[in-house]
Design a binder for this molecule. Structure first.
Ligand code: F6R
Length: 364
């Protein structure tokens, strides 16, 4: 049931505030994260010298954010790999490694094979998963369910946001077990998590019409670029995947600092560039990259924090509410989802069933 929306993808984008509420229900106390039926002990968590995140597609992209969060808060080095690479390369995994697999469906063949490979090598596996009772959920040693409800559109939106929330909770949980996060900082982050559902709602309310308008300017293009630094780059990767998968517009994401190492050669008059610039610690660097793009005629849409009036050089501005620098991914991705959706509609694509793709990839 599309409940009045034209497509499931749009319905699921609109469900995201609720997805976040359900994902956090019963799991956030004042200063801690509670994960029911979680078997990993504080002693286990303290024994890991490395974490591997393994997944495919959008689930992999959520892991790019997960890596930042876990390394920053829990100070455990994190490697990330796509499942179809991990499983065939004899990965360096043993009892001192924790493997986190991420899968909406819980049935993705390569992710399941990676889970089994990791367990064969003696590692414990935590699954971040949506479908209850799926194979990956059953075989993992621990599961964090997204509680997102069924996701029907092939392009994943609400599951991605649930994955991000799960990674944030897991990172705080690990950090508390490792005592690398004080009560005060933990409370501040958890308060930040609690604010996210309403902030996502505000973004949808305030920017959907503008993005719909903006999408008309994208429809005739063949290429688009997404740039950002740190967590903004992780979100850029998801933004470009969503745009290309539903609208068939070729898009690529680059760390903003990599532009001048090759990609800048492709920036010419009129090329659309989505610049994510929400990270205060690197904002000056990102702004100088935006200048470089503008100087070559690129048309830049900035996704920025509200009130940053000094950010110039943007052709279009999409503002998101203020949030902790680590948590902005859950906010900045929303405009990229809406953009992908409206560009696809504008180009007459079959939004909910993109060509050649399936919701659950059970063959390798
Ligand atoms: C993109 C998309 C795919 C899936 C990927 C993994 O929107 O939906 O990239 O994310 O096939 O699927 P799961 O999460 O079910 O393992």
């Amino acid at each position: 049931e599309k409940s009045g929306f034209d497509h499931f993808m749009l319905k699921e984008i609109h469900e995201q505030p609720e997805t976040l509420r359900r994902c956090t229900a019963g799991r956030l106390t004042e200063t801690d994260i509670e994960l029911a039926n979680f078997n990993l002990t504080a002693q286990d968590i303290n024994s890991y010298n490395k974490i591997y995140i393994v997944a495919c597609g959008t689930a992999y992209n959520s892991g790019l954010v997960g890596k930042y969060a876990i390394e920053k808060l829990a100070k455990i080095p994190v490697e990330i790999d796509v499942a179809s690479e991990f499983r065939y390369r004899d990965p360096l995994v043993d009892e001192s490694t924790l493997v986190i697999v991420v899968s909406q469906s819980g049935e993705t063949a390569d992710t399941l094979a990676a889970l089994r490979e990791a367990q064969d090598k003696g590692a414990k596996v935590v699954a971040i998963c949506n479908v209850v009772g799926s194979t990956i959920a059953r075989e993992a040693d621990d599961v964090i369910y997204l509680q997102a409800g069924p996701e029907i559109a092939v392009a994943s939106t609400k599951a991605y946001i649930g994955m991000l929330m799960s990674f944030y909770m897991l990172a705080i949980y690990f950090a508390r077990a490792k005592k690398t996060l004080s009560d005060i900082d933990s409370k501040r982050l958890i308060d930040g998590l609690k604010a996210l559902p309403n902030q996502v709602q505000d973004i949808i309310n305030n920017s959907e019409e503008d993005i719909k308008e903006l999408s008309k300017g994208y429809a005739d293009h063949e290429h688009a670029f997404f740039i950002g630094r740190s967590i903004d780059y992780a979100v850029a990767v998801e933004g470009q995947l969503k745009l290309k998968e539903v609208s068939y517009l070729h898009s690529e994401a680059y760390p903003a600092g990599e532009l001048k190492h090759g990609t800048l050669a492709l920036i010419e008059e009129g090329i659309p560039v989505i610049a994510l610039a929400t990270q205060k610690s690197v904002i000056d660097k990102t702004l100088s990259n935006i200048k470089e793009v503008k100087a070559r005629g690129g048309v830049v849409t900035g996704i920025i924090i509200e009130g940053e009036e000094e950010i110039e050089d943007l052709d279009y501005r999409i503002e998101i509410p203020k949030a902790d620098e680590l948590l902005t991914a859950i906010l900045s991705v929303v405009p990229t989802q809406l953009l992908a959706y409206y560009v696809a509609v504008e180009r007459g694509c079959d939004v909910d069933q993109p060509r050649n793709l399936a919701k659950s990839v059970t063959v390798e």
